[in-house]
Design a protein around this ligand. Sequence first.
Ligand code: ADP
Ligand code: MG
Length: 242
Amino acid sequence: MIEIKNLYFSYGADFSLNIEKLVIPDKGLVSIIGPNGSGKSTLLRILAGLNKKYSGSVTLDDEEYELFRHEDMASRVAYIPVYAWPDNPVTVRQLILSGAYRYGGEADISEIADRCGLSEMTEKSIYEISSGEMKRVLIARALVQKTPVIVMDEPFANLDPYYEVKIMELIREIAREKLIIAAVHNVTIASIISNCMAGIKNGKLEFILSETPSEEILKALYGTDFILVNGHPSPDYFSTTS
Ligand code: ADP
Ligand code: MG
């Protein structure tokens, strides 16, 4: 269980993250939603142990994040950034294997590559794959790390509809056995696959709900109208047609 109490972090005068209390269970998908610049990535980096310059308490299974050494963190939480394209032309296999560095860099990646639909491209250079494929490579690397928690920043960014659906299925499957905390912009996708949705605005936690937030709550969060499609909220794109 991850528990936040009186978390405060600031980049300076312009932005601060203030979360009084947030409890995140051991398994399932917790989606963090909220407008651009609301603090989602800032929160995720703290939860991944990459930013310790905060005040307050953040614990994982009752242990303070502040006390974790780098290798303790690597065995507990994997982090998938929005964008990662190494400067050197490694292969897909090598990049996936970099997730195994904490236990010597050796691992049989075949099952994980298969699960992520990457079996056919493990020998390709990462410069020869698409951004949707790269997303799956980064998920595979996180799975190779074998952590109980995976933090994903915008796993659905830059994906075409085919990969959106594929990654929805993959995340849903992983979330049966691990905790995934993901920043998600597509509220419809978040509503379909999340066990819990947390809304952040201006660095403050507005809500954390195990049911999908209402259209009114979403409008208050984003400032735009939402409608229900098949029981799930979607931005009201149709209002722009006249
Ligand atoms: P989100 O992921 O919700 O879009 P972020 O957590 O990336 O939001 O950013 C929250 C706010 O902090 C934004 O206003 C952003 O401009 C600012 N910010 C992000 N990173 C930095 C940084 N390294 N230095 C200063 N300000 C930053
Ligand atoms: Mg972000």
